[in-house]
Design a protein around this ligand. Structure first.
Ligand SMILES: NC(=O)c1ccc[n+]([C@@H]2O[C@H](COP(=O)([O-])OP(=O)(O)OC[C@H]3O[C@@H](n4cnc5c(N)ncnc54)[C@H](OP(=O)(O)O)[C@@H]3O)[C@@H](O)[C@H]2O)c1
Ligand SMILES: *[C@@H]1O[C@H](CO)[C@@H](O)[C@H](O)[C@H]1NC(C)=O
Ligand SMILES: *[C@@H]1O[C@H](CO)[C@@H](O)[C@H](O)[C@H]1NC(C)=O
Length: 332
């Protein structure tokens, strides 16, 4: 008897939550007529996001260091403009990792031309892989300077004006390596995990101002940055990450952008991404009861599956170690 009452009360509770669900969802963001700023917008995922934004009618600013790459990216992005008379694409060269006052000046300059930034996509980033003791110590700091501080600087430069508009979206592009630590990623993963702490805390601060923060976890994506990283990747890292496949930048870009428009906090791509994101949702914010229910229901099962993944990763690492030792004894 008690059980039946308890179950029906729980059912009622879920139904009430579903009815209230639209109330907790943020109002969808409109790209048309907005100023979207993309850091790291001259290449790869950032450039692909810029393309999607102009297709939807936004004005876009691209920020990165290399002027030649920026100019080429601007020309490419402009091809997708919906309305040639009203839409503008601009690019500005700046090193986001160093001096905040320089970043602030750059953002002001961008806002003079296209109005206050309503959406910031922090796509600036770089990666390095290697065995812990072989990665130069300077690289650990460089990862934090670019991947973490680069995002802090740009965000700091736009938040005051977003707050005065009481309107905005901010996206941090982390990585699946920001959800779990893998062989070879001691320096990179740490910088991507750092973005999570930043994003969760900032989300809670900005939500009452109608500014929503999103955190995206792209899988391996076919970009110039990815190609460069391949050259020096340890065999273990390559074999382990290969299991998740290689995604196209436009697919990744569309997924990140549409999640950000909805105001969703955790943005994943692909089946492995879905599993990892449910598994590591922690105390992160949700925008719908459906999202929360899925996490609750799947978490136990995904944990079991993850144990099989971990075991296969361990086996890869062990096999590579054996091969290395054989190589060494052969060559000596
Ligand atoms: N590709 C993947 O497999 C993958 C997977 C997961 C996560 N991600 C993340 O997604 C983001 C984009 O990756 P991607 O593969 O598209 O990278 P990418 O092709 O290497 O592009 C990186 C962009 O960041 C800019 N940038 C780098 N350092 C900068 C600095 N100090 N100041 C200003 N701009 C800087 C680069 O331009 P300049 O060099 O000219 O400055 C370029 O526009 C990164 O945060 C990356 O960690 C990528
Ligand atoms: C783009 O910016 C220009 C210059 O500020 C403005 O006149 C125009 O309305 C904007 N267009 C869109 C689509 O936001
Ligand atoms: C062992 O040597 C072979 C051929 O010299 C090389 O292709 C392979 O990558 C090496 N394995 C490891 C784990 O270093």
């Amino acid at each position: 008897m008690f059980l039946i009452v308890a179950i029906s009360l729980f059912g009622l509770f879920i139904i009430v939550l579903y009815v209230l669900s639209p109330l907790i969802a943020p109002k969808p963001f409109k790209l048309e007529g907005s100023h979207v700023m993309v850091t790291g917008g001259s290449s790869g995922i950032g450039q692909a996001i810029a393309v999607e934004a102009v297709k939807a009618g936004a004005n876009v600013s691209l920020l990165a260091r290399n002027q030649a790459k920026l100019t080429a990216a601007k020309a490419d992005v402009e091809k997708y403009v919906k309305n040639k008379d009203t839409q503008k694409v601009q690019c500005i060269s700046v090193d986001l990792s160093r001096d905040f006052s320089e970043v602030e000046r750059t953002v002001k300059e961008a806002e003079q031309n296209l109005g206050p930034v309503q959406m910031l996509i922090n796509c600036v980033g770089t990666s390095i892989s290697g065995v812990f003791e072989e990665i130069p110590l300077t690289e650990f700091k460089r990862m934090l300077d670019i991947n973490y501080m680069g995002s802090v600087h740009a965000t700091r430069a736009v938040v005051p004006s977003m707050k005065s508009q009481q309107h905005g979206r901010i996206v941090f592009v982390s990585s699946q390596a920001g959800q779990l630590g893998l062989f070879g990623y001691t320096a990179y993963s740490a910088s991507k995990f750092a973005l999570r702490g930043l994003a969760e805390a900032l989300h809670m601060e900005l939500k009452p101002h109608n500014i929503y923060v999103s955190l995206a976890f792209p899988p391996d994506t076919d970009t110039p940055g990815f190609a460069e990283e391949q050259i020096s990747k340890p065999e273990e890292t390559r074999l382990i990450s290969e299991t998740a496949g290689l995604f196209k930048p436009d697919v990744v870009a569309r997924s990140i952008l549409s999640d950000a428009l909805l105001g969703r906090f955790l943005c994943y791509i692909g089946v492995d991404g879905y599993m990892l994101t449910s598994l590591t949702c922690g105390m992160s914010p949700v925008i719908s009861i459906t999202e929360a229910t899925q996490q609750v229901v799947t978490m136990g099962l995904f944990r079991i599956i993850s144990l099989f993944y971990l075991d296969s990763f361990d086996r890869v690492v062990r096999k590579c170690k054996e091969k290395r030792e054989q190589n060494k004894s052969k060559s000596s």
